[in-house]
Design a protein around this ligand. Structure first.
Ligand code: KG4
Length: 337
């Protein structure tokens, strides 16, 4: 094993973590959420600038907390994609500079591998494993037959689930990030609005959220035009039932077809209380082990990048210093860069 410093800057969190032989020595996250909240979503240009302002501060705090010297680091790891191109570049430049300065290997890490391996902070992964990755930028069902083997069996055909939560929240006048208020209000509401289930009847593991989002927006506008008030808790409940229902439906089918031993939840939307409860109920019925990571490792952080980097260090998956970021990097190609 080794001493690894990992950097994450793919969206709106600037994060640095240091890990040694599986033990997390520091895990610093600086979130930009308060700035982006004003705009109702992440503003890419502002995100890049804030990463550039914050990266050295976060880096110093991580080094001080871990009480290590940079010259003792064995490798520098960084999220190479997917994510916002300008945001990714800030972390990448920092990692490349450190790797060059200290003449140590550079490890490129796929952001979603990080979300999946965050579960290893809680317990071992058991295969065949199904990772349900639900976040602001991604919605994927990933089959893993062993460590570092990723097969995408289903993905969104349009918007990501978290993005859909955020847009629906905006039309309902709720603050960003929309998943949190919708989750809360849905508990007070009833499923009274009729929202069609996307891809209903199709034999697929894919997801789709753009039509659902448009349905909510149209329904809200129609009610407003008629001078009727939208019952916000009921709309949140109706929307959430369909949005989460799709994920649960695909998970149940995949567990049965691939004889899955363990399901892990990953990404920011795995914080959703309805998704957690439904998943627990349904996986218990199928006698499948479910791992839901605690909140600190559900949202973006560099500890998860460090966790993957340890495995990549063992197989010597190192990148040259002219490495570029890839905003659309597929998890299946995590060894190609
Ligand atoms: O993984 P993440 O932190 O970063 C991105 O991929 O951007 O996920 C953020 C997303 C946001 O869209 C936010 O609305 C959603 O996760 N989210 C939730 C909840 N908490 C955060 N969605 C549903 N229910 C929640 N409780």
């Amino acid at each position: 094993m080794a001493l690894i410093l990992a950097i994450e800057s793919s969206c709106d969190e600037t994060a640095v973590a240091i890990i040694k032989d599986g033990e997390l020595l520091s895990n610093i996250v600086s979130t930009q959420i308060d700035v982006h909240r004003k705009y109702g979503g992440v503003m890419p240009e502002i995100a890049s600038r804030l990463h550039a302002e914050n990266i050295s501060i976060v880096l110093k705090e991580a080094i001080d907390t871990a009480n290590i010297k940079l010259e003792d680091v064995d490798a520098f790891a960084v999220t190479r994609g997917p994510g916002l191109i300008g945001a990714l570049h800030v972390g990448l430049q920092a990692a490349k500079t450190l790797a060059m300065l200290y003449k140590k290997p550079l490890i490129p890490v796929h952001h979603l591998c990080g979300h999946i391996y965050a579960n290893e902070f809680i317990e071992e992964l058991r295969f065949p494993l199904l990772a349900v990755v639900v976040s602001g930028g991604n919605s994927e069902l990933v089959l893993m037959k062993d460590h570092l083997q990723f097969e995408v069996i289903g993905e969104t055909r349009d918007d990501a689930i978290g993005e859909c939560y955020d847009k629906v929240a905006r039309v309902l006048g709720l603050p960003y990030p929309g998943g949190i208020p919708i989750d809360k209000l849905a508990k007070e509401g009833e499923h009274t609005y009729d929202l069609p289930t996307p891809l209903k009847g199709e034999k697929t593991y894919d997801l789709s959220y753009s039509g659902l989002k448009t349905n909510v927006i149209n329904l809200v506008h129609n009610l407003e035009q008629k001078g009727l008030k939208v019952n916000v808790p009921d709309m949140c409940r109706s929307f959430q039932d369909v949005a989460v229902g799709m994920v649960i439906d695909r998970t149940i089918k995949a567990v049965q077809e691939y004889d899955i031993k363990q399901v892990v939840l990953a990404g920011g939307v795995s914080a959703n209380s309805y998704l957690r409860a439904q998943m627990q109920k349904e996986m218990a019925k199928l006698y499948v082990h479910l791992n839901i990571p605690p909140m600190w490792c559900c949202t973006d952080n560099a500890a998860m990048i460090a966790k993957v980097a340890e495995r990549l260090y063992e197989i010597k998956l190192f990148a040259p210093l002219d490495l570029g970021a890839d905003p659309n990097w597929s998890i299946e190609d995590f060894k190609s860069f």
